[in-house]
Design a protein around this ligand. Structure first.
Ligand code: FES
Ligand SMILES: [Fe+2]
Length: 342
């Protein structure tokens, strides 16, 4: 399926772009892009000099412009050449500039028509930026699979009970029928369970309670941006702390066959415990790298180069409602872009 263009995509963590004139190079929707800081903002340019096609990521940033390392042409945040060491600036000396924005500790880039790039369309991930830095676990993984398979993985958490038995499994995500709802363009799926045992990773934080009423909610925004919140209350209204574990799971296509997976978790308990943060980050990374990623990549290999799961008419289970609704929404959005000629 074609890419959805007129959306904001996560390109990286703002911490990846240092203040000291560094650059960040990333391929997004098959387009090589280089990011750098200029003034108070972030610039995003095509990572290819129009002179001899040198990657601009090899260049250096000074005075808000990126200077090509090969023959010294310098380009500003709008992609226009601002300096030619060999004389006047040629008309053709410009590169494509992409709208870029810093929000919620992430770098966002707009891959469609620049005139439609409204930062107000960036979905709300203040759960990440509002959380103390010491409880955040930001990460980035590359996965050799189409991004919609990664959307499926978060929208259908019934896999957790089987694939992640030593960490996140709680038994109820596959036995409870989730509720799916739509609000505007956002799609929400909610698993609610009462009087349940928490997952291994959260078990020791219940302040003595051993049974909980647990809501697990995922809210999706196009094309691959999901907020996952687990809220655990002591079962039946018993006294005790309410644990909230939130996270973002952002899938940005690199190509049709590979995906950038940006992820970050936070929590509302033991917020000063840096060792616990490191431990939880390691558990989450191991679960993804050793359990999700090999499975998702195996699914993609099994499907060959196919990116359209629904056209294969897969058999569906009770937990598929959210993932299927997201796939249909993406298809409708892509079709709408193409009928409007983008
Ligand atoms: S390739 Fe960039 S200035 Fe020559
Ligand atoms: Fe998983």
């Amino acid at each position: 399926m074609a890419y959805l263009r007129n959306r904001w995509y996560v390109a990286g963590w703002t911490s990846e772009l240092t203040e000291g004139g560094g650059v960040l190079a990333r391929t997004i929707l098959e387009e090589p892009i280089v990011f750098f800081r200029h003034g108070a903002g972030i610039a995003a340019l095509r990572d290819q000099c129009p002179h001899r096609f040198a990657p601009l990521r090899l260049g250096t940033v000074s005075n808000g412009a990126l200077r090509c390392a090969y023959h010294g042409l310098a380009f500003g945040a709008d992609g226009e050449c601002v300096r030619n060491p060999q004389g006047p600036i040629p008309k053709a000396a410009r590169v494509r500039a992409y709208p870029a924005h810093e929000a919620y500790s992430m770098i966002w880039v707009w891959m469609g028509a620049a005139s439609a790039a409204d930062p107000a369309l960036i979905p709300d991930f203040s759960c990440i930026s509002d959380a103390p830095a010491r409880v955040r676990t930001p990460g980035h993984s590359k996965v050799a699979a189409h991004y919609e398979l990664l959307n499926d993985n978060i929208m259908d958490l019934s896999h957790v009970d089987f694939l992640h038995q030593s960490s996140f499994a709680q038994g109820s995500l596959s036995s409870v029928r989730p509720q799916v709802s739509t609000r505007g363009e956002a799609i929400r799926i909610l698993w609610s369970v009462t009087d349940a045992e928490p997952s291994v990773i959260n078990r020791q934080h219940g302040g003595g309670a051993s049974r909980f009423d647990i809501d697990t909610e995922v809210v999706w925004h196009a094309a691959g941006n999901m907020r996952l919140a687990v809220t655990m209350r002591p079962a039946g209204g018993a006294p005790g702390p309410v644990l909230v574990i939130e996270g973002c799971h952002m899938m940005t296509p690199e190509t049709l066959a590979s995906t950038h997976y940006f992820h970050c978790g936070t929590r509302n308990f033991a917020v000063d415990d840096a060792a616990l943060t490191a431990q939880r980050a390691q558990i989450a990374r191991r679960a993804f790298d050793e359990e999700d990623k090999p499975m998702i990549e195996a699914v993609q290999r099994s499907m060959g180069a196919d990116t359209d799961l629904l056209s294969r008419q897969p058999m569906l289970l009770a937990g598929d409602g959210g993932a299927v609704r997201v796939r249909r929404a993406i298809k409708a959005m892509v079709d709408a872009e193409h009928s409007q000629g983008r």
